[in-house]
Design a protein around this ligand. Sequence first.
Ligand code: SF4
Length: 184
Amino acid sequence: MKIGTAGAIASGLGFDLRPAYAQSRELKIARTTETRSTCPYCSVSCGVIIHTLGDKAKNVTPQVVHVEGDPDQPINRGTLCPKGSSLQQDIMNERRLLKPQVRRPGSDRWEDIPWDTAIDEIARLMKKTRDETFIEKDSKGRVVNRCEGFAWSGGCTDTNEFNYLVVKTMRGLGAVYLENQARV
Ligand code: SF4
């Protein structure tokens, strides 16, 4: 319920509920750690503040108790759409993927693999694909030096600096197809 609504109720009941609403919000985020991040859902890339409860002791599992819009972020200035407002449920969801997964050719299931294995496999497959599909000249004999065998797709939380390195790396490998969620 918005403060404006509370204000309307307040005048009807004869007392002001706004301090109580402000107090309940303070209680919710009391003793939390603030982490600034970016909503991952769409290309708007709204800034969020994640409130985490937990004293960082080894036997304590941190709990994200609240996510709100970052008022200092010029993109959204503290606002969030309903998807961004539900981020806490996404972060704390027991079905959230926390490890790389792979589905082997012919398999009907995904399997968890360690990060090092995933990076090694991606590097090996990119090398193999590039060796097999690299095109030095087109049908008219013009030098093109391109690789149409793999593509790159980035996410909306990728920074400018990260994307700069992606373009440099992927173009250096000859990749033609570069896409980003920010364009979806
Ligand atoms: S809060 Fe909504 S509009 Fe903003 S990035 Fe997330 S999904 Fe997009």
